[in-house]
Design a protein around this ligand. Structure first.
Ligand code: PLP
Length: 477
């Protein structure tokens, strides 16, 4: 999907536009001040491949070779360093809620930065306070609830883990934390301890202890976990918290079955344990509600003890949050027991307030619901039409397309070649998490593309199992 975008420089500007380095050379008042006679070269246009090479030589290899090098975004589209345009159906993995370069967001960030860019947590800012109030109101959190700000999802879960550790009970015996198989809570040591995937965990063991995994969606297994203490006897007061995602995003866009959360709430309440819901991926409008918890099918009216947020919250500006529900939970961490330099930064808070404001003003919750349903119904119709697509699931604009075989990575590569950014979240599942501003018309070219691929996958080199025993639409769990 190439369009007529002018050739871009390494910094992603049209070649005719002066680079900021170029401006600095001719404008001694500019921030990038340089010595008068120093010659600044505007970088020549670079190709994606060259940048990929430089990336590999300069950046730690934890992400592998990048799929492309992107230089610019506008709305639901991004452009790479070769000037190729893509429909961004991933939005930085559920982050760019307003799409790219939204004027309200960039304006709010610029205005806050020009007014007050950072203060230490010895002080507070009105922006930070307003955001805390706004989030607690959107969450419908009861009297006595509080917010804590972080810079990322993993940090929000670290804080939640520490809150769980403080829920020891009077005899100090509540030390077990129950997490679900298939979970993903982040890459720092505490969040990793809560994450089930062995390949992520094992290289870094020993991890913080006391975490036990139960099969996701299995009520009996959860009940059993509450009955067992470390010695195999019966002790109903050793669980400090249950951590879960309502839709396991990284796990393959897998919703928990209806009723599971309600039972988790009953068990945690009965035994004095905390119910901690990781809404890092599902929160801030992604599922068509402010929180997935507010979706009757996903949340079942449950009031949690702690919710963690990040990703979509700042619309692309890094910020995470922990919401503690009610007085008791909000007092578990006392002064000095946790902190952060950047968390609550006023620029990040301004970004989040602007993101929330636009979601509300433009009814992006309604849009996420409507466009998400449109995508799911179109993909559902494909199941009978071809051999590749066998199911679809998710909520709002978090969509998992189940494929007949482990070809999701190939499908994502083909999509990219044809101008669509999607993600192979598991070997047989393609994830879509587009900006919440996306319209039906904008997403339609991808749906048409997928329909064609579904009808004739072999024409694009996809080989699928030929027996009758193909996986079918999985029951949500
Ligand atoms: N929790 C969930 C449910 C996530 O999906 C992610 C990231 O994918 C995280 C936590 C970690 O967030 P971050 O990458 O911002 O640390």
């Amino acid at each position: 999907m190439s369009d007529q975008t002018p050739a871009l420089t390494s910094a992603g500007r049209a070649a005719s536009e002066p680079s900021s380095a170029g401006r600095a050379a001719s404008d001694p008042t500019s921030a990038g001040r340089v010595a008068r006679n120093e010659r600044i070269e505007t970088p020549a246009p670079h190709e994606v491949a060259t940048w990929q090479h430089r990336y590999t030589d300069a950046l730690l290899g934890v992400f592998g070779t990048p799929k492309s090098v992107l230089v610019r975004g506008e709305g639901v589209y991004v452009w790479d360093a070769d000037g190729t345009r893509y429909l961004d159906l991933l939005a930085g993995i559920a982050v760019n809620a307003l799409g790219h370069a939204h004027p309200t967001l960039t304006g709010a960030i610029g205005a806050q930065l020009a007014t007050l860019g950072h203060v230490s947590n010895f002080f507070a800012t009105p922006t930070q306070i307003a955001l805390a109030e706004r989030l607690l109101a959107l969450a419908g959190a009861p009297e006595g609830s509080r917010a804590f700000f972080t810079n990322s999802g993993t940090e929000a879960n670290e804080a939640a883990f520490k809150i769980a550790r403080r829920n020891r009970g009077e005899d100090g015996r509540r030390t077990r934390v129950i997490a679900l198989e298939g979970s993903f809570h982040g890459r720092t040591m505490g969040a990793l301890a809560l994450t089930s995937k062995a390949a992520y965990r094992e290289p870094f063991e020993p991890l913080p202890g006391g975490v036990e995994f139960v099969p996701a969606g299995d009520v009996a297994a959860l009940e059993a976990a509450f009955q067992a203490d470390g010695d195999g006897g019966r002790d109903t007061s050793t669980v400090a918290a249950v951590f879960l995602e309502l839709v396991q995003g990284e796990g393959g866009v897998l919703p928990l079955p209806e009723g599971y959360l309600t039972r988790a709430r009953e068990l945690t309440s009965e035994h004095g344990a905390l119910l901690i819901v990781d809404e890092v991926q599902t929160g801030v409008g992604r599922t068509g509600r402010w929180l997935a918890l507010q979706d009757p099918a996903l949340g079942g009216g449950v009031v949690p003890d702690v919710v963690t947020l990040a990703k979509g919250l700042g619309g692309g500006f890094p910020i995470g949050a922990v919401l503690t529900y009610g007085e008791r939970v909000s007092r578990l961490l006392s002064p000095g027991q946790h902190g952060t330099t950047f968390g609550g930064n006023p620029v990040a808070a301004a970004a989040a307030l602007a993101t929330i404001g636009v979601i509300e003003r433009d009814d992006l919750l309604g849009n996420a619901t409507a466009v998400g349903e449109h995508i799911r119904s179109q993909v559902r119709a494909m199941i009978a039409e071809g051999a590749l697509v066998t199911g679809v699931r998710g909520a709002g604009l978090l969509v998992g397309v189940q494929l007949a075989a482990d070809v999701a990575a190939q499908v994502a590569d083909l999509a990219q070649r044809d101008g669509f950014i999607v993600n192979a979240v598991s070997p047989s599942v393609v994830r879509l998490a587009p900006p919440l501003v996306i319209t039906r018309e904008q997403v339609q070219p991808f749906l048409d593309w997928l329909r064609e691929l579904n009808v004739d996958p072999a024409s694009r080199g996809l080989s699928l199992p030929t027996d009758d025993d193909l996986p079918t639409d999985e029951e949500p769990r």
